[in-house]
Design a protein around this ligand. Structure first.
Ligand SMILES: Nc1ncnc2c1ncn2[C@@H]1O[C@H](COP(=O)(O)OP(=O)(O)O)[C@@H](O)[C@H]1O
Ligand SMILES: [Mg+2]
Length: 388
């Protein structure tokens, strides 16, 4: 089968489109032979991105605005598929299935009191019915809700794909995705999916991005190649304050997002910058070092004492930040740190590739969640199918 995976993460910087070929093959890991055939990043319309970020911060919105944005985003995702097909040189008719993660606008993984009853919920928008209608390709979306309905947190969902795509017989691996937030999947050597565990370690690019956008008045959205950070110095006093972050000490499973590392967090960081008289490049460097240390701290506390790990495989846009990569490699040696590109997967494509695989599993009527990662009572088949 030829599948397209679609992903837009918490950075909402662009839509990742992955083209994958998947096939039943008993002797392969997970019973599936797989190949990432192509990848494209399609930017999101500026006004749409701004609205996504606003809602993601918890702004008040009407049901009407949310409904409209759901369909508007569906058009964005469909447009990204058609652009991707052009780039890959395949006709939409040749594509069998789309797996679309959608854009998370709300996530409450743990039940909280609501209208007299403890309730958990999650909402990804970008209407799959619109994607199916515009592309003519049957589309599976809404992957997280079945896991939440089964008592899970609905996240993380990539561990199953990480296990199939990157698990190894000899080497224990940590898959580290550096998107807006940093998350890890821990895959012991020879392990089965039930031994996989995963959690968010804290921020990846979210805080650095917001500082860069703030200092450049929106002219730059991120610190390309860590150029600004490389001109600055790490301010120890600020770093110490960052490291007091209570999230770092919370035991996994745990997840976080824009509601914690968003606008208010960055405003506090800016205030610290003023207090310590840090230059913009100093504060950005300090945030970069903090990001690396928060990942290292999580691995030292919760992973390396329990599991024999040989290497960390990095994906997501943060894999392109040389300072971040260098800090991780230095702090984790002799554990080897490298990007998934060395295993033939474009770092930015990994999450989208994972959703192609999850759609495939759903198509084959197989579960795609890992209960040890999400806390669900049982493995469940994920997603909702919109027929073309
Ligand atoms: N060339 C680069 N140099 C440094 N950082 C980069 C580069 N390209 C992308 N990034 C970072 O990666 C982020 C996007 O990563 P991505 O994996 O798409 O996150 P998300 O899943 O949250 O959308 C950007 O916001 C930026 O911070
Ligand atoms: Mg992105």
């Amino acid at each position: 089968m030829l599948l397209i995976g679609l992903m837009s993460g918490t950075s909402a910087d662009g839509i990742e489109v992955a083209l994958a070929r998947l096939e039943e093959k008993k002797e392969e890991r997970g019973g599936v032979s797989r190949e990432l055939v192509g990848h494209a990043t399609v930017p999101m319309a500026k006004a749409v991105r701004a609205e996504v970020l606003r809602i993601g911060e918890g702004a008040r919105v009407t049901a009407g605005e949310l409904s409209q944005l759901n369909f508007r985003l569906g058009e964005e995702f469909a447009g990204a598929v058609l652009k991707g097909c052009k780039k890959f040189g395949v006709k939409p008719q040749q594509v069998d299935l789309i797996g679309s993660h959608g854009q998370t606008v709300f996530h409450q993984g743990k039940p909280v009191p609501f209208l007299g009853r403890k309730t958990a919920s999650t909402l990804q928008i970008g209407e799959p019915a619109v994607i199916a209608a515009r592309t003519g390709i049957t589309t599976i979306g809404d992957f997280r809700v079945a896991d939440v309905a089964a008592g899970g947190q609905g996240a993380p969902l990539v561990p199953f794909a990480d296990w199939v795509l990157f698990g190894d017989e000899k080497v224990g691996r940590v898959l580290l995705n550096l998107g807006g937030i940093a998350n890890v999947s821990v895959i012991p050597a020879r392990g089965n999916p039930a031994e996989v565990f995963a959690f968010d370690t804290g921020p990846a690019n979210m805080v650095m991005d917001a500082l860069v956008a703030g200092f450049t008045k929106g002219k730059k959205r991120f610190d390309a190649e860590a150029r600004m950070a490389l001109r600055g110095q790490c301010v120890t006093g600020i770093l110490k304050e960052f490291l007091k972050d209570p999230y770092l000490k919370v035991r996994p499973p745990k997840s976080t997002g824009r509601e914690y590392y968003g606008r208010e967090y960055v405003e506090r960081a800016m205030k610290l910058g003023k207090k310590y008289r840090a230059r913009p490049e100093d504060l950005i460097r300090t945030a970069t070092v903090f990001t690396a240390l928060s990942v290292v701290d999580a691995l030292n506390r919760f992973v390396l004492p329990r599991v024999d790990i040989g290497e960390v495989l990095v994906s997501g846009g943060g894999a392109k930040n040389p300072l971040l990569m260098a800090q991780l490699a230095a702090a984790l040696a002799p554990v080897r740190v490298r990007t998934v590109s060395e295993l033939g997967v474009v770092p930015e494509a990994k999450e989208a590739y994972a959703f192609a695989l999850l759609a495939y599993e759903t198509w084959m009527r197989r579960p795609g969640n890992v209960p040890s990662a999400t806390g669900a009572r049982r493995p469940v088949i994920l997603g909702k199918i919109c027929w073309a």
